[in-house]
Design a protein around this ligand. Sequence first.
Ligand code: GLN
Ligand code: ZN
Length: 773
Amino acid sequence: MTSSVISSVTSTVYGHPRQGPNRELKKAVEGYWKGRVSAQDLHRTAARLRGANLQQLADAGLHEVPTGDFSYYDHVLDTSVMVGAIPVRHRAAVQQDALDGYFAMARGAQDVLPLEMTKWFDTNYHYLVPELGPYTVFRADAGKQVGEFTEARALGLIARPVLLGPVTYLLLAKPAPGVAPDFEPLTLLDRLLPVYAQVLAELCAAGAEWVQLDEPALVQDRTPAELNAAARAYRDLGALMERPKLLVASYFDRLGEALPVLAKAPVDGLAMDFTGPAAGNLEDLAAVGGLPGKRLVAGVVDGRNIWINDFEKSLATLGTLLALADRVDVSASCSLLHVPLDVTTERDIDPQIARWLAFARQKTTETVILARGLARGTDAIAAELAANRAALASRAASALTHDPAVRARTAAVTGTDARRPQPYPERAVAQRTHLGLPLLPTTTIGSFPQTGELRAARAELRAGRIGQDAYEGRIEAEVREVIAFQEKAGIDVLVHGEPERNDMVQYFAEQLTGYLATRHGWVQSYGTRYVRPPILAGDISRPEPMTLRWTRYAQSLTDRPVKGMLTGPVTMLAWSFVRDDQPLGETARQVALALRDEVNDLEEAGTSVIQVDEPALRETLPLRSSGRAAYLAWATEAFRLTTSGVRPGTQIHTHMCYAEFGDILRAIDDLDADVISLEAARSHMQVAGELATAGYPREVGPGVYDIHSPRVPGVDEAADLLHKGLLAIPAERLWVNPDCGLKTRGWPETRQSLENLVAAARRVRTEVDAAGA
Ligand code: GLN
Ligand code: ZN
């Protein structure tokens, strides 16, 4: 680095965790739902949290703060509100009360279905899918954006409103119910752009110099028509007379074919990701001749992982970029929404390891340091550079990251280790005799309601107010209740209910060597649901069995089969922060071998049905198709490595949430699981049809109870869904189950829903028997 001074380099981020240091937002929103917090108090809490966040960013030295990224539930839903795309079924509620209507769109009401929810690109954040049709009438409502921008201005800050861009908004949308399924929301672009124009004009009038439009959908493979739409959108928005400067942002992967389109567009700047799979943006940018006359915001601090930045590497990237744009600013690669707030609150993490980690606050500081280094030369950040170098060196040399026994075991894995010896038809026969289940067997996905008492018991154990024995006594009581309920309700394959698990990944992570758990590392998953992803920090091994005790106990209470319940290797990676110092496939293999030992131990202890959940298989799919085959190869191998050490009569189940499976049908088949349960209630059994069309040969349980909503499905409704399922999947291979685990539901609705589900299964069973006779 030279020591020349470039005074114009600034630092920024695109968004910040919304929850507050103690998840105050979650508490306020949930309090509002329960009627304990007034709307006014909710708004007040939210405004206070926004103000504190902004102040924090400014205090860290950030030059330009983002606004509009805050949300009571989800920023895509906020965008639907901003453009007036309220589904017909929610209009009355929204008109009566905007806030209640907003939450009804998110969560549904007894008689009104919510919007569909799905993963935000390849992250574990979920957004509410906009529902559009040819008759959608957009109407601008800039209130939230203008309000939040004005708040930041009032604090004396330079603020940049962040909006979801119009192209990505339409590409994320689905045809509304009742609209032809081949309707393409992108055809609404010309009607949507004037609404964006109006929001931009209002932000301009409120004093915004720059506005950011996020277009992450442009880092996916896009058709020429879609790229044309993007060109048209930014030509039109760029041509507006009364507008702020426009910064078009992309992240999570390289822009590829969309880069020349945006580079040519009459916008004022691009924000691009230069981390992980998006690092190729650097050479792509050089290849298109850079961004003459434009501002480039360079995302060099990984916004979605928790490792400290490599300052030298980032400064080298930034130095190269200086020659490629009119002005270069420094940022995190995406919104900091995807990382926890502050690593300094993690008192349980060894300080020697904590120095390898950076959460949102630390990443903000890194951004500021890099901007200073870029502007004033490396001398201006000499101390920070030295500390950074030392921390990186200590990680590379640590014993935690290199366990010779683990390394030897993964190196010795062969193809046959990852294949069950018998083909499925043989296993199916063995399992039928071994298990003796009825037609259309009923089961659940694993967890039962995690009651306040259970969470309190765990907190008391942690705080030392109760001992291990007392805690285990409470868990046993819960397991007894769950087993008794299932027997009484007439469920065929039981579960123990997972009351001992705080979270399906964390529970295992805490017992595996090489994993770090955090105490306060909460990250938003959807709405008010937050998770604490553990950190895959070193080589993984299993010191002792992890689930045996509870599965055994549950089985001792009943003659019906109790499913063993594990989280699969791909999901263990997907919902953790992963190592960035070795290929993901290597980490997956280490985890798979540890889980394989658990599967074999469960079988040895008499468990005949073992479920290995892989709800994250699809979300980790690389965004661009060029990376997919390699990913699916290691991902499916890791699953089979976990599950293939069992006898033919032992039935392996797997489970996945969410309904967009089209592009991984082959991989689902490749898992070679005997039974798969899937989300289907919210997407109306579409998935059953897709599997059938693809010739899926094994057993399937498309969910007939949407557990993401407090709604209780009626017997007729569940039976109806089963009828739809039977159109695609023969009765001998159809299972009856909810969409997902029940841990977020309450007991009363769970009881009622499962009783209805069993009643529906019995009714349809009788129909099938009668038809066969
Ligand atoms: N077995 C887990 C549960 O029921 C599965 C959850 C999931 O797939 N997300 O909670
Ligand atoms: Zn699920």
